[in-house]
Design a protein around this ligand. Structure first.
Ligand code: HEC
Length: 154
């Protein structure tokens, strides 16, 4: 009986490690490209942004006040998505995965966050469109740096 419990525990931790490594994620980050030069995607993304993201990340991508300081409940405020924020320091694949699976998927177990994943609410194409809208707002030099970062040469 004891060995069975040990075996189950071992399988559980292997699964947790695989999940942490992103093995179960269908879209491999390196194959994801944010289509910020596709006008239709950017337009659709603008509508999705206003409906799904602006309430926390701000109508003009400005984020919440004092976004670097944790709130009284220990959670981080929503960061800006403009060039002053941290968003553009993540390559395309990571932005896609954070939006799809939420921040907790990339943090230690039990991490509390207001950034939940949009897996159930938005299709992969919609997630890419909203990120395209965000990237299209950045100045050209930030977009270029982000292109280089996303190609893995940043
Ligand atoms: C309920 C509030 C809320 C909504 C709505 C929301 N977010 Fe967030 N988002 C957050 C918070 C809070 C963080 C920081 C979380 C943390 O690090 O724990 C965050 C972080 C992020 C990050 C990581 C940024 C970085 O610099 O690491 C991305 C990308 C992101 N959100 C995208 C989106 C997109 C796209 C939408 C709309 C589809 C959205 N979020 C909707 C609250 C929200």
């Amino acid at each position: 009986m004891k060995w069975a419990i040990l075996a189950l525990a071992a399988i559980g931790s292997v699964l947790a490690i695989l999940q942490g490594a992103g093995v179960f994620h269908q879209n491999r980050p390196e194959t994801v490209r944010i289509p910020y030069d596709d006008h239709a995607a950017v337009a659709q993304g603008g509508i999705i942004y206003a409906n799904a993201c602006a309430s926390c990340h701000g109508k003009n991508l400005e984020g919440q006040r004092n976004w670097r300081e944790r709130k009284a409940n220990g959670r981080l405020p929503a960061p800006p998505h403009n060039e002053e924020g941290h968003t553009w320091h993540h390559p395309d694949g990571e932005l896609f995965e954070i939006t799809k699976y939420g921040t907790a998927a990339f943090a230690p177990p039990g991490y509390q966050t207001d950034m939940l994943g949009y897996e159930e609410l938005l299709s992969d194409r919609e997630i890419l469109s909203v990120l395209a809208f965000i990237k299209a707002q950045w100045p050209a030099h930030i977009r270029e740096r982000h292109d280089i970062l996303s190609r893995g040469k940043g």
